[in-house]
Write a protein that binds this ligand. Structure first.
Ligand code: RIB
Ligand code: CA
Length: 318
């Protein structure tokens, strides 16, 4: 039984780790990949999506999303993902062309044409999905759920309380979180536990393929981001968090995760809190649950699943 999915991303080091897992599992029927700016500029995230998908020898439509968040000025994360957005690791020039459909057109037409509901996997700001739901609310019934990497019940990584993806476009996030579409949120609460260690990174590199070396090089670049964690302590320093991987892994193996159904709202304004996911995990608002907020992952199995994906794709690339 295959699961039809659309992947919306801002590649991004952990975005391509998520794509790796998705490409390695044929039970995911990837209908479309859409991109938006976030980790890097629009041009760079598009290029990275095309180059990485080409390198992975995948034949999947890639469509360009909106150029900027709904209202806020785009803020990128070059210090975390590097000047090229992939830890300055170089991939061959793309062999596939960008779709002539926009992301919104492609998502709408793919969803309407599908005979079964599609899972949206989102690993960047929600600008594209928010715009899709505003422009074409009729597609809601064709979306099974949204597996989203973003937000946090406690703590942030872009401000004291806001996680990057939601911080970049809180208005779009609010549209999505209030849409009534079921959401499974892999926020920082679970992604801070979804890490590889330096020893596991050495095991990945020991796979020995060109791809394994590229994965290791990207993750080594990403290590320094691990040092900027909240509540900094030596034990956290070398935890390389594979945030976006959670959004794909949950679709494949939900049994690796635990979460709670909560009401979640997005703080739009707020001098210090804009972009915060306000997670009502003690149900103090009495408002109906709209999100499953993940908080636990079976880390060892999660890491093994990723390592297996690197091996599978190394063989596929040849
Ligand atoms: O906060 C982590 C998220 O922001 C990940 O999706 C990462 O790729 C960046 O986009
Ligand atoms: Ca991302």
């Amino acid at each position: 039984m295959t699961i039809p999915v659309i992947i919306d991303c801002d590649p991004g080091i952990d975005d391509v780790m998520a794509l790796t897992l998705a490409f390695a599992h044929p039970e995911l029927d990837i209908k479309l990949i859409t991109t938006e700016p976030g980790n890097q500029t629009q041009a760079k995230t598009i290029h990275n999506a095309l180059a990485f998908t080409s390198y992975m020898k995948q034949d999947i439509e890639i469509a360009r999303g909106l150029d900027a968040p709904f209202f806020r000025k785009l803020e990128i994360a070059a210090e975390v993902h590097g000047d090229n957005g992939l830890g300055d690791v170089q991939f061959p020039e793309p062999t596939i062309q960008l779709s002539n459909r926009t992301a919104i057109e492609a998502m709408k037409e793919t969803l309407i044409a599908s005979e079964e509901q599609i899972v949206l996997i989102a690993t960047g700001p929600l600008t594209n999905i928010g715009a899709l739901l505003l422009a074409h609310p009729e597609v809601k019934s064709k979306i099974k759920y949204i597996s989203y990497m973003g937000g946090a019940a406690v703590g942030g990584n872009m401000s004291p309380t806001a996680e990057f993806n939601v911080y970049v476009d809180p208005h779009a996030a609010e549209i999505v979180f209030q849409s009534g579409i079921p959401i499974v949120m892999s926020g920082l609460d679970v992604t801070h536990k979804a890490y590889v260690t330096l020893e596991e990174l050495d095991r990945i590199e020991a796979i020995g393929s060109d791809f394994a070396h590229k994965v290791a090089a990207m993750l080594r670049f990403y290590v320094h981001a691990a040092k900027q964690t909240a509540f900094h302590s030596p034990e956290f320093e070398n935890r390389i968090r594979l945030h976006d991987l959670c959004a794909v892994s949950y679709v494949l193996t939900p049994e690796l995760f635990e979460g709670d159904d909560c009401y979640v709202a997005i703080e739009i304004e707020g001098k210090y809190t804009a972009g915060t996911t306000v997670v009502d995990y003690e149900q103090r608002t009495g408002l109906p649950h709209n999100v499953k907020v993940l908080h636990t992952v079976h880390r060892e199995k999660f890491v093994e699943q990723f390592m297996d994906a690197v091996k599978v794709m190394s063989r596929h690339i040849g």
